[in-house]
Design a binder for this molecule. Sequence first.
Ligand SMILES: Nc1ncnc2c1ncn2[C@@H]1O[C@H](COP(=O)(O)OP(=O)(O)OP(=O)(O)O)[C@@H](O)[C@H]1O
Ligand SMILES: [Mg+2]
Length: 363
Amino acid sequence: MFVHHKPANTGCRRHTTGPRAGTTAAGLYSGHIMAGWTEELARARLHFVTGKGGTGKTTLAAALGLALADEGKRVLLVEVEGRQGIAQAFDTAPLPYAEQRIAAGAGGGELRALHIDAEAALLEYFEMFYNLGFAGRTLRRMGAIEFATTLAPGLRDVLITGKIKECVGRTDAHGKHIYDAVVVDSPPTGRVVKFLDVTRAVTDLAKTGPIRSQADGVVRLLHSGQTAVHLVTMLEEMPVRETMEAVAELDGAELRPGAVLVNRVRPPRLPAEHVATAAEGRVDAARIRDDLAAAGVELPDATIDGLAAETVQHAIRLDAEQRARDQLAETDLPILELPESTGGVDVTALYELAESLTESGVS
Ligand SMILES: Nc1ncnc2c1ncn2[C@@H]1O[C@H](COP(=O)(O)OP(=O)(O)OP(=O)(O)O)[C@@H](O)[C@H]1O
Ligand SMILES: [Mg+2]
């Protein structure tokens, strides 16, 4: 399996203070840093990355994994939805149910990836508690696992979170954690609280026995300071609304929201002081013509009118984005902005996004 190394052109880290904007080597716009990673988040060892469908959960989970690995940490990136999105993001073959090294980080850090498959987790679980090696194979052949997880839908989530806990808690012969951090590309906001609220699922499933005691440990971990649930969003109405709802739902379930990761931020092309008037449609076409003429550019009136109309549209978008930012600020969570990658997200862009996270203080 191919192990990625950080591309040389992203090797130098820019140290900046306060808000900044600029374009990086791969054409990414680096958004404003709103508020950085907190010390509390730096202590978390289990990071869930959720968000509305398609906002960039898989991309930013991968970037967060790379950023932490580049801090010298041993990181496990976990996929739970069976979609092989991580393999696609890293442009590698589909992941098996085994931890596999996919990237090297600075200072001995590394990133491994694991695709947790509920059926494999159930078999592993049976073997652990009941020594059912052979019977497990029979179960698999009979499709009994599908039967069991269909019968008790909550069981699937309990098995997956149980496996995640095992990875977080695993130690070497000296009692040292194998992984410094585990990052989970999680189900979308609509399903994430049900996924993480193992207490409720298990109350319905098992009152006593090994499933119960294993689940109690999972509940303790998920509700502890070791766990943070990050929310990926974009500066658009629907993802912001889902983010606000998810924060309330996480609070209600006593799960800890981590940071808001605002993805795909594009650079403003109008000075802030002109946005409000331009958004009201007040753009001075004559002035655009004069300014262009002064720069030696003569354009037909129709083109000037087109430019003015585009300016209004752009201002309306910037105005809406500002309202989205104001709403997100109400969560009182750390907010990190990640740039839109103009050419789509390839492995180089993943490293650029990781570097943006590092510049926002992720550690
Ligand atoms: N910062 C970015 N710049 C440009 N494109 C991006 C960025 N982040 C994500 N994308 C693109 O947006 C699409 C969705 O991203 P991704 O698959 O990470 O989202 P997701 O939330 O995991 O989606 P799903 O809900 O389907 O699992 C992908 O094509 C990805 O390459
Ligand atoms: Mg995804």
